[in-house]
Design a protein around this ligand. Sequence first.
Ligand code: ASP
Length: 324
Amino acid sequence: MEQSRKEFFKKSVLGLGVITAACESAAKGSQQIQKPLVISTWDHGKLANEVSWKMLKEGKSSLDAVEAGVMIVESDPEARTVGLGGYPDRDGFVTLDASIMDHDSRCGSVAFLQHIENPIAVARKVMEETPHVMLVGEGALQFALEQGFEKINLLTEKSKKDWEKWLEKSKYEPVINIENHDTIGMLAIDNDGRISGSCTTSGASYKMHGRVGDSPIIGAGLFIDGEIGGAVATGLGEEMIRTASAAMIVEQMRHGADPQEACDEIVDRIIRKNGGKDVPQAAFIAVDKYGNYGGGSVHKGFTYAICTNEIENTIKKAKFKLTS
Ligand code: ASP
């Protein structure tokens, strides 16, 4: 008797759970999608958004928009942590990481790529022209050249001078700034409600030669699930790789968190895993498939740029957790 009552209770609770979940998803399913939308990391995201927003308004796909938007920053020699003019590694080589992903979970990435101004475009070629997801180093360069990309010198005079100055002390301390110039990550929703994301960087300044960060690692620096939404990261990549942070943010959203709560949870996780002390900077933006968005970071200083039909391309300060 006791047994069957328990069984009955269990079934009822399970049943209720299913009904509640069904109601929730029906409610969410009826939500209006905020589209188009584009959101990017840091102040330089505003410039990237401008390009992408125009394309989205013209009816272009989110995949095209997230590629073209970040390319502007890659090609800007003044953006010192992305593409051309990016800080080199400690041996003086500019090595780039980038990834791209769409609503159908198609993705491509390149890592430790040298001499190519727009690694995001190579990442897209990896996605579309090869049976693989990721190419690195010499192989990635060879592939890029075969695809018609031009081989150039990415180390500008300015970056060379800064590196030479750094060499005077050569203190090996990969620097992750909390100021407004870092990896560019972008998420966009197009007129068809499809979400895509991109992420591109020259990585931590004066890193060890061969070091690869989170940005080209699908699930760490970038993750998109067309059924749920997407997330992209910036900050010290080792933290994001350890916590598979972009994928975890999307999973938090799958289980009901809104984008802000999902970012907060992963920021908290990184703080906990570091014992709450000397926590490196880690920062995220996330969007769900309805166009709700959020951004969060460990330390103060992280900004992102958002553009929707209601919000003119605007830079916002993200929520942060630690004051020291
Ligand atoms: N996440 C990048 C890396 O670790 C750097 C950054 O976002 O600043 O390579």
